[in-house]
Every structure is written in C-alpha cells, then in structure tokens.
Design a protein around this ligand. Structure first.
Ligand code: ZN
Length: 367
C-alpha cells in the first residue's frame, strides 16, 4: 500500500524526463511504465502521484550543489577555454501560469479593470555567459511580497559562494540593476559589473548623452555582418550613493545590414586598459544569452514554463531540474560530442537520437 521508492530513482527519472522533453509528471510516468524504462536507467515503475509527493518534500540544496559542481568541473575541464573572461548574467522572469491560486509563490495576474485572470510564478536565473557556452546553474524564486531585485542579489551571493570567487570575472545585468547597492554587492563578491544605463540614472544618462552627441565615435569595428560605432569614456562622475571613483560609459550604435540601428548605453567599472571597447560591447551583448539560451530555450524546449504540480517546492524543483537538463545537454552535445572533426548535433537531432535508442529491439517473430 505504501511503496518505498528511493529518492535517487525519482530524481533521476525527473531529470532524464527534462532531457527528453517529457517534463510533465504524466510524461515521466508513461516513460517509466514503458519498455524504455531499462534504457533510461530507472530501476522501478511509479506513478505521477509519487512525483507530486516527492517534489513537495525534496530539499533543493543538493540539486543546487550538483549544478554548481557541474559548472566548476566544466571550467576545470577547459569548457570555457576559448573565452578570455567568464561572465554571469542575472535576470528575472514569470513562468508557470495557473487558473487557480494555491501556493506561496502565486502572483495574481489582473487585467486593466482589476479582474483576476489567473496566477503566475516568478524567479531569478543566473547563467554563465560570454564564453560561447551558456550554462544556467541556479534559480531563486520570489513570491508576491518579495522582488526580482532582492531575489537576484540573494541568488548572486549564493551562486558565487557555490562556484568560488575566482570562477567568473563579471556580472552583466539590465538597467534596473544599475543601482549602488547591487553594484557594491557585486564588487564585494569580486566581480566587475556591466549594466545597462537607462533613464533611471538621469544625471549620468544626461551627462553621457551630452558628452557623446556630436562627437565622432572613439572606435568603429565589424561584428559579424554588423558595423558598430562605439563611444567610450571612463571619467564620468559617480552618482551620490555610488562609491566608485569614476564611472565608465559605453555608447554603441549597431548598424545592421538591413539598415536598422540599435543604440544603447552601458556602464561599468572595468578599466579601459583591461577591457577595450569591442570586448566591452561583447560583454554587454552577452546579457542576451540569459533571454535567449536561458528563458527562451528553457520555456519553449524544456519544462521551465510548465507547472507539473502546484506546490511552491515542486515548482522550484521543476525549475532547477529544467536548467540542470539544459546545462547537461549543452556540455554533452557541444563539448563532449564535439571531440574530433565532426560538427556537434543540433539540440533537436540529439533528442531524436536519444528517443530512438530508448526501446529495446523486438525479438524476431518466429511464428
Ligand atoms: Zn502558485
């Protein structure tokens, strides 16, 4: 009546389900009740209710430590050796819509008239960026009384403690993080900061506009098919609460082949003598990796958006296992399988190949 199932069996089944893009508990149940179970390395069958019971009670600590150990090992094994600097990106998102409330992470979603439309769940994500290999490795949820800004600071501190202070060189973030407390917290963790400069810093923003407008670019370079004009100066005054001696501001105008121009301002404490305009431009652009290879891939190709079981701890474990699957899949596909001269398979080719190898060959029909 009350079967005992080892935690490692259930956790492995959830993780391999994420890799195979069968993240729903019904999907995992179907896999472990099918002839594929042996090939999946799952020692026994169980139902979706066992996964609900299990994830409600599962401590996220060991999974977080396993993620940190995985990226540390990737660095030791020279997975990032093509990159001179290793970046971290932090950002928040909403995922896992629900018609009804019911957990401590539920944020009510209302329309303009104040009518309740449903509930959404939020978390901050941290990912390794700027190395050619985007590896998300921790999440921090935030409920309705909390904020993305606070969650991201907790996340950054825990993540740096887990991978070590010398693991990464910089953190890149959007304009809402360009505040003295966040910049100081990152500096205290031994990281340089590259943050978007927007109108929430009106004085610095106006000073940079005034300085660069009408001035010839300090540098022009090609990035792929784009032509980049860069304006770069490191002697801007810090705002009142910022303890930096000066602020460096980069303005770029990215000219795409179709004629569109993207302009943005970024601030940093990297000195010019260590990181030139072009390298700083790339660091600023590495922020997109958390949007594209983090949130977008995680939501459309893995189970980041799916609410398997509506319970705060189950939701958190679902997110952690989804990013763990992303990180394992990328290390295996883009580094392990890349050995030799052949091209690595695409993500969809690899998942098809894995699925095709799941079922044992049928015995020959001798009737
Ligand atoms: Zn909820």
């Amino acid at each position: 009546m009350r079967p005992h199932i080892r935690a490692s069996v259930l956790l492995w089944a959830l993780l391999i389900g994420q890799v195979l893009r069968e993240w729903s508990f019904h999907g995992v149940e179907a896999l472990v009740r099918s002839p594929a179970r042996r090939a999946l390395g799952v020692s026994r069958r169980f139902g979706d209710d066992a996964l609900a019971y299990f994830t409600e009670r599962l401590d996220p600590g060991p999974t977080r430590r396993a993620l940190a150990a995985t990226v540390r090992r990737a660095k030791r094994n020279k997975a990032f050796d093509g990159a001179r600097w290793i970046g971290l990106a932090v950002d928040g998102t909403g995922a896992g819509r629900s018609g009804g409330g019911g957990c401590s992470l539920c944020h009510p979603v209302k329309d303009k008239q104040g009518q309740l439309l449903g509930y959404l769940h939020h978390f901050s994500l941290i990912s390794i960026v700027g190395t050619g290999l985007s590896l998300p490795f921790d999440v921090e949820p935030y409920g309705p009384g909390d904020s993305e800004y606070a969650a991201s600071q907790r996340l950054l501190a825990r993540a740096v403690a887990a991978v070590g202070r010398r693991f990464a060189d910089y953190v890149v973030a959007d304009g809402e993080y360009a505040t003295a407390p966040f910049l100081h917290a990152a500096g205290d963790l031994g990281l340089r900061v590259v943050a978007r400069l927007k109108d929430n810093l009106p004085e610095l923003s106006a000073a940079a506009q005034a300085r660069f407008t009408g001035q010839a670019p300090t540098e022009t370079f090609e990035e792929g098919a784009d032509r980049i004009e860069a304006w770069d100066a490191e002697d801007f005054d810090p705002w009142e609460t910022l303890r930096w001696a000066t602020v460096r501001v980069l303005r770029y105008r990215q000219h795409k082949p179709d004629g569109t121009v993207i302009e943005a301002f970024w601030l940093t404490d990297w000195p010019v003598r260590e990181v030139g305009s072009r390298a700083l431009y790339r660091m600023a652009k590495s922020r997109w990796e958390i949007e594209n290879q983090g949130f977008n891939d995680g939501k459309t190709r893995h189970g980041l958006e799916h609410l398997c079981h509506h319970h705060a701890n189950s939701v958190l474990m679902g997110w952690l296992l989804a990013i763990f699957a992303l990180t394992i899949e990328r290390l295996y596909r883009l580094r392990y399988l890349r050995r030799g001269t052949h091209h690595p398979p695409t993500a969809i080719d690899l998942v098809r190949l894995l699925r095709l190898h799941l079922c044992p060959p049928r015995p020959p029909d001798t009737s």
